[in-house]
Design a protein around this ligand. Structure first.
Ligand code: FSO
Ligand code: SF4
Length: 540
């Protein structure tokens, strides 16, 4: 195997024997082959003269999402997906007079073993012999994976944008071709433009379906009744779980990226929606153990499952883990059936209390813009000197203490804007407020980074500036998996410059490509806490 798609890849070599994430060699290869089947579909769709149907586009989103870090570790489920995608490719082939001349269009397989073998000639290393071109193709592919995750969340709620599906075709077909660096750089930028579209679409889907997030205090303690813990990013699953647990005597708690569900009006009405349990995704093995009740993983990030809670854990949607029960979506489109979790919960003790208190959040664009007068006044009279966007992902490495330290040491007249699980590095610090405006404004999940961009663009307008980079905003972003790559490309597409990225720059960027990004966008790696704070406070 060879995998370098996340921030925790083994430095210098990528993950080659087993993923740091727990992904086995077989799983990694199956995921590569799944991506390769999509390249075959794209080559066929490209010459068909017809746009990809929304149904096919959605299948491609799901298949790409399955390959995002920490989403699916189930070899049988991935093999089934490969078979489905091969069937879809062959369906498209059937309508073509002349087949594109590429192996991704011709190859076939049936067994898991064949699929694993196929990855030896079709994985990341096969994207190009030239390391810089392979680096750019990797950047496009990883951006596409995150894009697909956001597009899939929107599709679950009935929202789609055909331009995004068309872009899958263009980008995945491009990965099979000998393109030069300029063409691939252009495609990288287009991935960023599409990322903006996908995040805007998901924002629309979420807010039209569940209302605009509002300032909310979320309890981090526990109640006395048994509970179900829901994690991941899928709000439709959240809705269904709350509906099906109502009146059953079972409470519902969020974990990690599901925390922002508490901010939506549609979910606040449930009195058994108790609070958030625990912290970031990588702490789940300990926290799932003490939670005591069933756990529903709706997406990434899954860490290797401990025996102590394996029987209490369930996956759904694109998530999967061998030996863990999976709740499928019924083929007729009816609601998923979470009764197995509810019945199990009734037999479980209530969660062990690991902390008490509250987290404040709900500062997506609508809520912040409702406070715009107050914010603008605070900027104008000098009470707020600077905003620091510290969104993105969290991860296991100790080096991420940097973000806790930056948050804690930023001057009192700064406000942190955040989204994504990166916030768990500092959202329980008591950082106070500025005239009633909390110093940490959490917009929501990683996809709600879109909200931060909307806020920045509104501030640009209010302050009458021509350039988003003239605002008193610095970007100190943390990345882990491919959705963060997508968010980064979206910020670049929106013209944001001078982003600090950490805790390390992506392994898949060669020195030449990293240098090109530095030159064009002034991206920089994080440095020392004190040095970075000083630089950010002067706008550097
Ligand atoms: Fe985090 Fe995981 Fe949301 Fe990611 S839980 S790391 S960027 O999946 O998607 O922020
Ligand atoms: Fe390694 Fe990350 Fe790939 Fe897992 S997803 S195998 S940790 S690079």
């Amino acid at each position: 195997m060879y995998c370098d798609q996340c921030q925790e890849s083994v430095k210098g070599t990528g993950c080659i024997a087993r993923g740091v994430c727990g992904k086995s060699e077989a799983t990694a290869k199956l995921q590569d082959t799944l991506v390769y089947t999509l390249q075959g579909i794209a080559r066929c769709a490209e010459v068909s003269g017809k746009p990809l149907s929304p149904e096919h586009g959605r299948l491609m989103s799901e298949a790409l999402f399955v390959t995002v870090t920490n989403t699916n570790f189930d070899d049988e489920a991935i093999s089934t997906k490969i078979r489905e995608m091969l069937a879809l490719r062959d369906e498209l082939k059937g309508s073509l007079e002349n087949l594109p001349d590429h192996d991704s269009v011709r190859w076939n397989g049936e067994t898991k073993e064949e699929f694993i073998r196929k990855a030896e000639t079709s994985g990341i290393e096969a994207l190009s012999e030239h390391e810089d071109l392979r680096s750019l193709k990797s950047l496009i592919l990883y951006g596409l994976k995150g894009l697909a995750a956001y597009t899939d969340h929107a599709a679950v709620l009935g929202y789609a944008d055909e331009a995004i599906y068309e872009f899958y075709v263009t980008a995945l077909a491009a990965l099979t071709k000998d393109l030069d660096a300029d063409a691939l750089l252009g495609l990288t930028m287009e991935t960023g433009n599409m990322a903006v579209k996908a995040m805007a679409l998901l924002d629309k889907a979420n807010t039209e379906t569940y209302g605009n997030p509002e300032i909310t205090k979320v309890n981090i303690g526990v109640g006395k009744r048994p509970g179900i813990l829901i994690s991941g990013h899928d709000l439709k699953d959240m809705e269904e779980l709350l509906r099906q647990t109502e009146g059953t005597g079972v409470d519902v708690y969020t974990h990690c990226e599901m925390l922002p569900a508490h901010y939506y009006p549609a979910f606040k009405k449930y009195s058994h929606f108790i609070g958030n349990y625990g912290s970031s995704w990588w702490a789940q093995d300990k926290e799932f153990e003490t939670f005591n009740g069933p756990i529903l993983m709706t997406t990434n990030c899954i860490v290797p499952v401990r025996e102590s809670y394996r029987n209490r854990m369930f996956t759904t949607g694109n998530a999967g883990y061998e030996g863990v029960k999976h709740i499928p979506a019924p083929a007729d489109g009816s609601a998923k059936d979470f009764s197995a979790l509810i019945e199990l919960a009734k037999t479980c003790p209530s969660p062990v209390e690991i902390e008490t208190g509250e987290i404040v959040g709900g500062f997506a664009h609508h809520q912040v813009l409702a406070l715009a007068d107050k914010v603008v006044e605070a900027v104008n009279n000098g009470d707020i000197r600077r905003f620091v966007v510290m969104g993105g992902c969290d991860g296991r490495h100790n080096s991420r203490k940097y973000y806790t330290d930056v948050a804690g040491k930023l001057p009192q007249d700064t406000v942190i804007l955040t989204a994504g699980c990166a916030k768990f590095r500092y959202n329980k610090l008591q950082l106070g407020d500025i005239g009633g405006i909390p110093r940490v404004l959490d917009a929501g999940q990683c996809n709600d980074s879109y909200s931060l961009a909307v806020i920045a663009m509104k501030l640009k307008e209010v302050f009458g500036l021509d350039d988003i980079n003239d605002l008193p905003i610095s970007y100190d972003i943390a990345w882990y998996e491919q959705k963060a790559v997508t968010v980064l490309l979206a910020l670049l597409a929106l013209g944001v410059k001078g982003i600090r990225l950490g805790p390390t720059l992506p392994e898949f960027l060669t020195p030449n490509i990293a240098a090109a990004l530095v030159e064009k966008f002034d991206i920089r790696p994080i440095d020392t806490v004190e040095g970075d704070i000083e630089a950010m406070m002067t706008g550097a």
